[in-house]
Design a protein around this ligand. Structure first.
Ligand SMILES: [Fe+2]
Ligand SMILES: [Fe+2]
Length: 169
């Protein structure tokens, strides 16, 4: 599953399964955005010497971002690019912004908090994500909401893939 051809959200062939979580796609993604923003906020409040807490928190942020970007890239963006009018350029920009974020994430995963530029990299990642989230929530998501996509089915596809990735990453 998870390829756009098979997504029931596009074809209308699938009905949302009421026994699975009832979160629509955009609510799920927005909840992810808030969770990561909260963790970046927690990072700012940690003291300079809280290296163990910093590292633990940053690993958590990196994992959450890797899962979130992957479900968007595998499931959401291909559908939006094909099916949501006028959003092609926005989706292309989103892929580029994800790639930049993933580059910083990989660097941070291999660093320890007492290394030079660690805090700077976390802060730049936080700013980049804030900008990216702002574009998604204020431009791309409103366009998705107006489209014919079934957001409940899409939400279940995203939730299922998220669960798989949480178990493997
Ligand atoms: Fe994104
Ligand atoms: Fe997102």
């Amino acid at each position: 599953m998870t390829t756009k051809q098979q997504s029931g959200a596009r074809t209308g062939a699938a009905k949302a399964n009421p026994t699975l979580g009832a979160q629509d796609a955009l609510s799920l993604l927005i909840a992810d955005h808030r969770e990561v923003a909260d963790m970046f906020e927690q990072f700012k409040n940690l003291g300079d010497r809280a290296t163990a807490s910093k590292q633990k928190l940053v690993q958590k942020i990196c994992k959450a971002l890797l899962i979130h970007t992957q479900i968007e890239e595998e499931i959401l963006y291909p559908i939006v690019k094909d099916d949501v009018k006028g959003e092609e350029d926005q989706v292309d920009e989103a892929y580029v912004e994800h790639a930049a974020a993933k580059d910083l994430i990989r660097q941070l995963q291999d660093m320890s908090p007492d290394e030079d530029l660690y805090d700077a990299k976390v802060n730049v990642l936080s700013e980049e994500i804030e900008h990216h989230v702002d574009e998604e929530e204020n431009e791309m998501f409103p366009a998705i909401r107006k489209s014919k996509l079934d957001l409940d089915v899409l939400g279940q596809e995203l939730a299922q893939r998220k669960q798989e990735l949480q178990a493997t990453l």
